[in-house]
Design a protein around this ligand. Structure first.
Ligand SMILES: Nc1ncnc2c1ncn2[C@@H]1O[C@H](COP(=O)(O)OP(=O)(O)OP(=O)(O)O)[C@@H](O)[C@H]1O
Ligand SMILES: [Mg+2]
Length: 202
């Protein structure tokens, strides 16, 4: 199996681009979706979180109080590390299980924090969805109604645009006026990944 990691900063367009690969029939596995599923009510990861952060991290219906947990880890780097120590190994192990169950020559694994978690080795190739920071902020503000300062703080907590692009094998330009349309860029890369996956399985 040839694994392509798809990453990019907040609001850069990862989910949009992954949807375009999916339309071409490519298998998509998503770390955000996986992370959500792992902390569903009754899951072992949620019990670990409860054990670490206390019962008040749960809502009355027993589900995770995401806003509360978000505020705790945003305010305290040590707490963020404790949460990551619980979740990251479980997420990557679960991603690998999903990959192992696939019967395709290549898949796209959407991993927003691929570089931040130092997991470049998890995939065979990396595609970065890129756009200017102002564009990220504008799109996330429109989508989530967050204040710009909050989005800027999240961007500051991620690797820089320069570092991310330097580490990419392939770049997808998702700025407002890209050189080539998103669909064209995705199609070109799909052809490349298919060819590489054929070589990979030989
Ligand atoms: N080329 C584009 N033109 C216009 N809007 C776009 C474009 N690409 C993405 N968007 C919009 O910008 C927002 C962010 O895109 P998307 O959700 O795909 O980013 P993301 O990288 O998955 O974000 P996150 O890091 O929060 O998961 C969405 O509302 C999406 O519809
Ligand atoms: Mg997304």
């Amino acid at each position: 199996m040839f694994k392509v990691g798809l990453t990019g900063g907040i609001g850069s367009g990862k989910t949009t681009v992954a949807g375009m690969f999916a339309e071409l029939g490519v298998a998509i596995i998503d770390a955000d979706v996986t992370a959500h599923a792992l902390v569903a009510k009754g899951q072992p990861a949620l019990l670990s979180i409860q054990h670490t952060f206390g019962d008040s991290i749960l809502q009355t219906d027993g589900t995770l109080d995401r806003a509360k947990l978000g505020n705790i880890i945003f305010a305290d780097g040590r707490q963020k590390k404790r949460l990551e120590a619980i979740l990251h190994p479980l997420i990557y192990a679960n991603l690998q299980q999903q990959i192992d169950a696939l019967k395709v020559s290549y898949c796209i694994v959407v991993i927003p924090l691929l570089f931040e978690t130092n997991m470049r080795h998890f995939v065979d190739r990396v595609v970065v969805v890129d756009c200017p920071v102002e564009c990220q902020i504008g799109r996330v503000m429109a989508r989530d109604q967050h204040r710009p300062e909050k989005i800027q703080a999240i961007i500051a907590s991620q690797v820089s645009r320069v570092e991310r692009c330097a580490k990419a094998d392939d770049l997808i330009d998702n700025s407002i006026l890209p050189q080539k349309s998103l669909a064209e860029q995705v199609k070109t890369l799909h052809n490349l990944y298919f060819r590489l996956s054929m070589r990979h399985c030989r």
